[in-house]
Write a protein that binds this ligand. Structure first.
Ligand code: TXA
Ligand code: MG
Length: 349
């Protein structure tokens, strides 16, 4: 099939394009669209055939549930059987925005969309293109990140096309995703809320609103042996083709170690990529150096992580060495993704 790519300006939405994309979704087709976190691969969440197409297009295992996106807060009550008061507090504070909540589902949601689970993940994005598309599609759009399964999530329409061109009907191009990492996921389906995936809405931000939250052990695990509660978090993810290693320690020691490792690898005829920051990039003497942005600006680091991981696949790098990041706020989400991309390969210096 030929994939149509349509540019959209969130400040002056072309409603003809939105209507056309909405029609594609209502007729069971797939449309990739921008959100404030990453691009999503959308299908009608209430149509099991659409969910099957999403799994096929991504090459994703079908036991891995999809997030249902809504554009009006009241629509959550049609797909969630129970909305506890903690969830209401979080919705009021952070919706629309980069927060996904997991509820017990109603019968309206097909099992194909939830990977057979009795719960449903729901998110209300703040991106204007996303909101308009969801409304035009009838209100419920299932959307995983719009990447081929296993590759880094996509933050631009060009990245979506790299992975999905010819496999979906349409891509809406709304420019670069502002946050660059997927939403925070919190399970509110039973008892105390539990963070299943860290993101831009941090534990501290949520605790300021509703009090203590638990964190799924797999989120903070330093190895891959702990089984996560979000099914998708167990799969190999985000991995670049080159072997990625995180180098952790004091800045000067990290720079010295990366320079030494790079020199050794190059002497052995290998190509090396380095994931640096603006503050350090000039200190690496060999290798292909890419900066995520200023270390002092966590938002810049998160916005560029997937783009930089992806860009190394266009090179002949055999090894990539990455600096490590503080896990204060969104830094925890950055390190969670980086550790997975590295298969938990970390060198302490
Ligand atoms: O920011 C985002 O969340 C993006 C944009 C497009 O909204 N979407 C996204 O979807 O990251 P995806 O499918 O790539 O990741 C969703 C994660 C998966 O790890 C999945 O297993 C988990 O959410 N998940 C979905 N439904 C769940 C449920 N009912 N219970 C537990 N985990 C669930
Ligand atoms: Mg994903």
């Amino acid at each position: 099939m030929e994939t149509q790519i349509k540019k959209l300006d969130a400040k002056a939405l072309d409603m003809n394009v939105i209507a056309e994309a909405g029609r594609v979704l209502r007729e069971g087709g797939l449309v990739a669209f921008p959100t404030e976190t990453v691009y999503g691969l959308g299908g009608d969440a209430l149509n099991p055939a659409s969910s099957e197409k999403i799994y096929a297009a991504k090459g994703r295992p079908s036991d891995n549930p999809l997030i249902v996106h809504i554009a009006r807060e009241e629509d959550v009550y049609r797909i969630a059987a129970k909305v506890p008061k903690e969830a209401k507090g979080l919705m009021e504070a952070f919706w629309p925005g980069p927060l996904t909540l997991i509820f017990p589902k109603t019968d309206l949601v097909p099992g194909k969309t939830t990977g057979g689970l009795a719960t449903v993940a729901v998110r209300m994005p703040s991106d204007k293109v996303a909101q308009a598309l969801i409304q035009a599609a009838g209100g419920f759009v299932a959307a995983p990140s719009a990447n081929a399964s296993g590759r880094p999530s996509t933050t631009t329409a060009a990245h979506v096309a790299e992975d999905l061109d010819g496999r979906i009907e349409m891509i809406l191009d709304g420019g670069q995703a502002v946050i660059g990492l997927e939403s925070t996921i919190v399970d509110v389906s039973e008892g105390k809320p539990v963070i299943l995936r860290p993101g831009a809405i941090t534990k501290a931000m949520m605790e300021a609103v509703i009090g203590p939250l638990d964190v799924d052990a797999a989120v903070i695990a330093a190895d891959s042996g702990v089984k996560p509660k979000a099914p998708g978090m167990k799969y190999r993810h985000y991995a670049p083709r080159a072997q990625l290693t995180i180098v952790e320690g004091e800045t000067e020691a990290v720079i010295a170690a990366v320079n030494r490792l790079t020199a050794e690898a190059e002497a052995a005829g290998k190509q090396v990529g380095i994931i640096a920051t603006d503050e350090t990039a000039g200190r690496y003497k060999k290798g292909l150096v890419k900066s995520l942005g200023a270390r002092s600006c966590e938002e810049e680091i998160s916005r560029h992580l997937f783009e930089v991981l992806r860009s190394f696949d266009e090179t002949d790098a055999d090894y990539i060495y990455s600096e490590s990041f503080e896990t204060a706020a969104i830094g925890q989400a950055v390190m969670n993704r980086l550790l997975k991309a590295a298969g938990y390969r970390v060198i302490e210096v």
